[in-house]
Design a protein. Structure first.
Lengths: 296, 177
């Protein structure tokens, strides 16, 4: 339905939590190939399998590395507050329209259930949305338009996939976004997305009270991954990085690629719907510093 | 900043009491978060929610070591009492729970919320008795803000509104005694 509605030029979205999003993957791949902008929201369950409804982040690979088949990417945004959940929905549609790619909002159960004050953005007139010259919105004397995800001739498919890749390169160049919290002089750089990043901010404040120079990088876009923020820290005061996730180590792979071997990268994760307490993360951060110093 | 954990059995109004509290803070222009944790069932099962009210933006919405625990029944009292910050407050529904927490570094306030609510008109407003006791003890939000929320929530249901107001006021009186 999203494929059809968005293909007709309407802003369309769908949402689910992990297993439902797995079922949508075939369609998402088709939508990516046909270059139809739309938004998919995934409030992750603790999995694999049917999984629990408590907070988890086990779908990072699925969201950022494909999920469906073929050479494609989604723009993936990770809100960490109710306000961002609201703002990023607008933003996801704008980005999807701009680049003609599907966008995903990837959040955990805490974002799904939390209530916080939200300032709603001003209502927009739908007429202000730029026209979509490709949309199959009825003939009305216009030229014939076709949206297609079946390109079977090799000499036609390769240029199409290359064109998609050029778009992803452009997205990478323009849209990487992260929030850096007290990272300028940080020796231990925590990194986390979604609500875990909020816990990490509290941890950073606590560690600084204890005299440990800590900071936190919170990726706002998971694809494209904000590797520039990590590279900057890796070239600076950072002695070690610690990726904190509600998984057994998924985003940490992108962190390692971004840090590119310049500094050690460690990992702390919980699964099954359990959320780490601040004290656990503080201990993990201190342990990461000890390991980095011993490895020197 | 005050971190409050409200806990009890599903159906005891734990989540709605937390929502009233958070909304009252919101109406006073404070930063608030409300994070519920419950199973898929409507009644029975356990329910709890974390509410934080702060003058400054709130980082972590979790209440692992709450300043105040509002426990609506025995199991949640015993489960969460050890987590309360030293020097914090525990308000426990004495109608259905004992009040021995095995520690003396917190203030334990025994409020017979079930009985008081019954006297006020409806046992289902025991959550409001507890909320009244909480406001009287901490002043975290103004009584008037809670009444505004109640008025908004129970518009067109004057009987329910009166009953909840009476229960709230009885809760305030119970700890002022």
């Amino acid at each position: 339905m999203v494929y059809g509605a968005a293909g007709a030029g309407i802003r369309a979205m769908t949402s689910s939590s992990s297993p439902g999003v797995s079922l949508k993957q075939e369609g998402i791949s088709y939508i990516a190939c046909a270059r139809i902008p739309c938004v998919v929201v995934n409030i992750m369950r603790a999995g694999p399998g049917l999984g629990g409804i408590l907070p988890a982040q086990g779908d990072y690979f699925q969201a950022t590395k494909g999920g469906g088949h073929g050479d494609y990417h989604l723009i993936v945004l990770a809100p960490s507050t109710a306000q961002e959940a609201c703002d990023f929905t607008y933003r996801a549609f704008d980005l999807a329209d701009k680049y003609r790619v599907p966008a995903m909002i990837l959040a955990d159960g805490m974002i799904g259930q939390i209530m916080e004050p939200v300032e709603l953005p001003p209502m927009r007139d739908l007429k202000d949305i730029p026209e979509k010259p490709w949309a199959t919105s009825g003939h009305y004397g216009k030229e014939r338009r076709i949206l297609n995800s079946l390109i079977i001739k090799p000499e036609e498919l390769e240029p199409h996939v290359n064109e998609l890749q050029r778009t992803y390169d452009e997205i990478y160049a323009n849209e990487r976004k992260a929030e850096c919290y007290k990272t300028e002089d940080a020796e231990i750089v925590l990194t986390a997305y979604g609500t875990i990043a909020r816990i990490c901010k509290s941890v950073v404040d606590e560690l600084r009270m204890q005299g440990v120079k800590a900071g936190c990088i919170r990726p706002i876009t998971l694809y494209p991954f904000p590797d520039d923020a990590y590279a900057k820290c890796a070239a600076g005061a950072a002695k070690a990085f610690l990726s904190v996730e509600l998984s057994l180590g998924q985003m940490v792979e992108d962190v390692k690629l971004a840090v590119n071997g310049k500094k050690p990268v460690y990992f702390y994760g919980r699964t099954g719907g359990n959320v780490p307490e601040e004290a656990e993360i503080i201990e993990a951060a201190k342990s990461a510093i000890r390991k980095a110093e011993a490895a020197k | 900043m005050i971190r409050i954990l409200l806990a009890g059995q599903g159906g005891q109004g734990v989540l709605s009491a937390g929502k009233f509290l958070a909304e009252s803070g919101l109406h006073e222009g404070k930063e608030v978060t409300y994070l519920p944790a419950y199973g898929p069932e409507m009644r029975g099962g356990t329910a709890n929610c974390s509410v934080i009210i702060s003058e400054h933006p709130i980082a972590s919405p979790l209440c692992n070591t709450p300043d105040v625990l509002i426990a609506m029944n025995g199991p949640s009292f015993h489960k969460f009492a050890p987590r309360v910050r030293s020097g914090g407050i525990i308000i426990v529904n004495g109608s259905v729970s004992d009040c021995y927490a095995g520690r003396d570094d917190v203030r334990i306030c025994d409020v017979a919320a079930g009985d008081i609510a019954l006297e006020a008109g409806d046992v289902r407003s025991a959550n409001m008795v507890m909320l009244g006791a909480f406001i009287a003890l901490t002043g975290a939000v103004k009584e008037r803000s809670i009444f505004n929320c109640l008025n908004e929530k129970f518009v067109g249901k004057p009987h329910v509104l009166d009953c909840n107001r009476a229960a709230f006021e009885a809760g305030v009186a119970a700890v002022k005694k």
